[in-house]
Design a protein around this ligand. Structure first.
Ligand code: NAP
Length: 300
């Protein structure tokens, strides 16, 4: 059983653990809040709009915005450990204020959600997105853990509409396979990092138990749904146009085009043992994730 977090220099008995989860309405944050609350931990969830947030009972919901540092100061008050979610894109602008607020409040442990390949020049500009944020937590003076997940299994939820319309799903990375990871495993790993001080001051690369390509994921879904799931390879220009549908940012589109080419040539075909090391069980496969989320792909 993981231990409760301790603040350096403070006797554990004097600290009632309070965990702040940022990005609490997002992919990993929402799973983490559910997981911690189910374990009976004291959780504070940060969102820009508490009225819209649906949280488990007993979770304290606070308003906070990375772009309004004062709101972060209040959110960090009396927190012993914090989970920091940057946003896709150059994230230093988010991590900087978060770490500054945590330092000012004396938060004892910081767990940063980063990404696989961070700092690897081969990945291109997206490999830079978390470099400054990782540096900020490592130099914060608090205990720190950096989590670098591979591609989330849940990214394929973006295929649901095309699938229902009988259209091919877009493939940005050809036959390039990745150690696709289940967001639930990332969240559970984050919980261990927040609660178990023996895990402090380390970087973990979180992957699934095997590598799988986009056509491989489509094949898994086809098997579960009992119908073909065709894919369509995107050219580099099409990758850029595809990304620009979500982010109206040319630099982000250029960066994703470079990282997609990296994946296509096998650069992210990485599997690690860090999920089993942290959780004491095998990582979930893409098939397990897809089976548990099958309803999202079925006709409404
Ligand atoms: N997707 C992948 O395959 C993958 C793989 C590896 C790493 N990552 C990393 O995972 C992280 C999360 O990415 P995601 O796409 O999955 O995002 P997400 O978790 O779905 O959503 C982002 C969260 O950030 C919050 N947020 C947005 N702007 C905010 C602001 N100004 N102030 C405070 N909170 C704000 C949102 O909360 P509210 O709207 O409630 O405020 C939301 O909960 C990124 O850093 C990404 O690099 C992703």
């Amino acid at each position: 059983m993981p231990e409760s977090p301790r603040v350096r220099g403070v006797a554990p008995a004097t600290v009632v653990p309070m965990i702040l989860v940022t990005g609490a309405t997002g992919t990993i944050g929402s799973e983490l809040v559910r997981h911690l609350a189910a374990r009976g931990e004291k959780v504070r969830a940060l969102t820009r709009d508490p009225r819209k947030a649906r949280m488990p009972a007993d979770v304290e919901v606070v308003r906070g915005d990375y772009l309004e540092p004062a709101s972060l100061d209040a959110a960090m008050s009396e927190v012993t450990a914090a989970f920091l979610v940057g946003l896709p894109g150059p994230s230093a602008q988010h991590d900087g204020p978060l770490v500054a607020a945590a330092r000012a409040a004396g938060v004892g442990r910081l767990v940063k959600l980063s990404a696989i390949g961070t700092g690897d020049p081969e990945v291109g500009p997206t490999g830079e997105w978390h470099v400054e944020g990782e540096r900020a937590v490592r130099e914060s003076g608090a205990q720190w853990v950096v989590l670098r997940p591979s591609s989330f299994a849940s990214n394929t939820l973006s295929w649901a509409q095309a699938l229902r319309a009988g259209e091919p799903v877009p493939n940005m990375s050809g036959a390039g396979a990745q150690g696709v990871v289940d967001p639930r495993d990332v969240a559970e790993a984050a919980a261990v990092a927040l609660l178990d001080e023996r895990r402090a001051d380390r970087t973990y690369t979180l992957t699934g138990p095997e590598t799988i390509s986009v056509p491989g994921q489509a094949q898994v879904l086809a098997g579960l749904l009992g119908r073909p799931v065709p894919t369509r390879d995107l050219t580099s220009d099409e990758v850029r146009a595809h990304v620009l549908q979500w982010w109206q940012d040319e630099a982000v589109a250029d960066g994703v085009a470079v990282s997609s080419a990296f994946v296509r040539r096998g650069g992210n075909a990485v599997v690690t043992e860090d999920v089993p090391r942290l959780l004491g069980r095998p990582a979930r496969t893409y098939r397990e994730w897809a089976r548990d989320h099958r309803g999202a792909f079925e006709a409404e």
